[in-house]
Design a protein around this ligand. Structure first.
Ligand SMILES: CC(C)(COP(=O)(O)OP(=O)(O)OC[C@H]1O[C@@H](n2cnc3c(N)ncnc32)[C@H](O)[C@@H]1OP(=O)(O)O)[C@@H](O)C(=O)NCCC(=O)NCCS
Length: 167
């Protein structure tokens, strides 16, 4: 039986191996990794799917913020990576993880992620329009910088880690 568990019940090494398989070992150079530097995954928003002893998938969420050019500070939650082991993709497991994180994030700051709009827009209501004026600490395809929620700060500013945030 497939079970969803808090990700901190899974060994770090197992999660890292899963992410290497889903994204490749060069994944650490991605801009998304700059966004979470110095922070810890948010415990209540990060999950794993396991079947017997096998890890099938994971989702992690991180505290980030937009520092507006006008001096305002806007906390957000960075969603991802979302990863399913290659041999179990297309079975609805990614959707299950996303839905769990979205439900747990009710009442949290708005969500952002870097990912395919064809997936995250179509199924989960993420949109690139409100992020158009954000600057990031690395290259990003603008169409893949997505956000979701009523209070996304659609203003000029810098998206970066929310250090010292409570995990
Ligand atoms: C992307 C990923 C998390 C989706 O999880 P999954 O369990 O395979 O997907 P689900 O079974 O929940 O959903 C399947 C649907 O999503 C669609 N889909 C999956 N990845 C997609 C993508 N990158 N772009 C567009 N659609 C996508 C499938 O076509 C399918 O649509 P259908 O129902 O119309 O056939 C998983 O495939 C994965 O780990 N991929 C490699 C890592 C990755 O790219 N992660 C996302 C970036 S953070």
């Amino acid at each position: 039986m497939i079970q969803m568990v808090p990700i901190d019940t899974i060994a770090d090494d197992a999660v890292e191996q899963l992410l290497d398989r889903a994204f490749g070992r060069d994944r650490h150079s991605r801009t998304a990794y700059r966004l979470r530097e110095g922070t810890q995954a948010i415990t209540g928003l990060s999950f794993a799917l396991v079947e017997d002893d096998a890890l099938l998938g994971s989702i992690q969420c991180w505290p980030v913020q937009v520092d507006g050019d006008d001096g305002s500070v806007w906390p957000l939650v960075l969603v991802g990576p979302v990863a399913i082991v290659p041999e179990r993709q297309q079975e609805g497991l990614g959707r299950r993880l996303m839905e769990a994180a979205l439900a747990a994030a009710e009442g949290s700051p708005p969500l952002t992620l870097i990912g395919d709009p064809e997936y995250y827009g179509r199924f989960f209501g993420f949109d690139a329009a409100p992020t158009a004026l954000w600057r990031l600490p690395g290259p990003v395809e603008r169409r893949r910088l997505l956000a979701r929620g009523a209070n996304v700060p659609a203003l000029p500013g810098v998206l970066g880690p929310r250090r010292h945030a409570l995990a």
